[in-house]
Design a protein around this ligand. Sequence first.
Ligand code: HEM
Length: 452
Amino acid sequence: MVVRPSQRSILTNSRTSEWTESKRADRREQSTDFNLFHKTVIVTAEPANIKAVFATNFNDFDTAGRLDFIGQVVGKGIFTTDGEEWKHSRAMIRPNFARAQVANIDAIESYLQDLFRLLPSDGTLVDLQPLFFGLTIDTSTEFLFGESVHSLRGDEPGKPSGVAFALAYDTALQQCAIRATQPPWARLMGQSKEDLQNCKTVHDFVQRYIDEALRWRQTWDGEAKALPTGQYTFLFELVKETTDPEVLRGEVLNLLLAGRDTTASLLGSMFFQLAKRPDIWERLRLEIAELNGAKPSFEELKNLKLLQWCMKETLRVNTIVPTIIRNANKDTTLPVGGGNDGKSPILVQAGQMVFCQTAVMHLREDIWGPNAGVWNPDRWDTLRPGAWDYLPFLGGPRVCIGQQYALTEAGYVTARMVQTFSRLASRDAGPWQEKLTLTCAAKQTNVSLTRA
Ligand code: HEM
């Protein structure tokens, strides 16, 4: 199936921050060519085509000028480069994500306690989604820099403002999302004064950690494993590979971009769904009660079956990266979508963009059954999707390197919430609505909580 939404629908979807599930269903039905800034764009929700873009014909596509609209904030790094530059980044970063080093559960626990202090337990309404964004910027800055920005705790006297950093970073990323929807010529006008200032605040803040890591590098004997932070810290591992400050800043900010909003979005959407399903919350409580109140280990998290299904189902129904865009760097083909029956290959001309709609693919009734749009974690008891039918973390050479990190963090936070609160009730009358920036989060996750 090659879905070709009208120009109006695709622009509306990428500019406004919400569309309901019914609009999402409409989009599945649309089938017209559309033209974006004078170029025809192919939109596909077909596993075979998506496999071709990301695996079989990988070298025929690039990330469609991503650096042009995100580079102002995060610079060059694994997420914003292509070709040899990307290969080099990926080779440098990937070893850092070996299983033993992912998600430090003890560190997450301390930031989770900051979150718990902000949660009312007397039934007062609270929106969890922004708090999850606070939590994940606190945990990811600890993982990346060795020191958290403590956005949930507030600033400490005498230290550079982590809260100001978090705000400048969020605002600068929102500007990136706006730039992404603008025609290339609009970028010729340059950045606004406010945007430039936000980028500077972000860069200055990160520079402090880079300087510290470089100072440590000068004293490093080339062997000792212990880091001055006393625990695994991405930046200190990276200075063993390169001492170029610009490369260090780019890679660290690229990872912050790839890892922070995504995990927070998963948590926000999953809690929206869980709050609407008290039966599932109760079953999660029973499942997690087997730990007798102890904090779950990495291995234990993997064995909590219902918890794993809840995450998988949220990543399907509320796909965090709903559209992944690529640009053909040479004439190439996609295997299906052409001919009268749509079963023949189609030509993709050099310079043409392909919008891979994984969110649409995840809701196709011919793949997932008639209740494809319903959040039902139990479907994963028997479900074994085809390798390219379910791609929350993408696939092929650019598959997400933080998948294990994200699932450990989101699973741990959920298990600890279940241990701490006996009741979770939705205070949102309507269905889930999206907030679409560079990722897709819940517009809000209004709930009330009762302590166990
Ligand atoms: C639920 C959470 C997450 C989801 C759904 C997710 C999803 C994705 C997707 C779909 C891509 C491909 C994007 C593209 O090529 O356009 C990607 C790439 C990437 N992700 Fe994740 N991600 C998550 C969490 C994380 C975390 C926690 C980290 C790191 C700490 C991370 C690091 C990366 C990196 C570095 C890439 C770029 C890989 C490359 O281009 O070679 N992700 N992720």
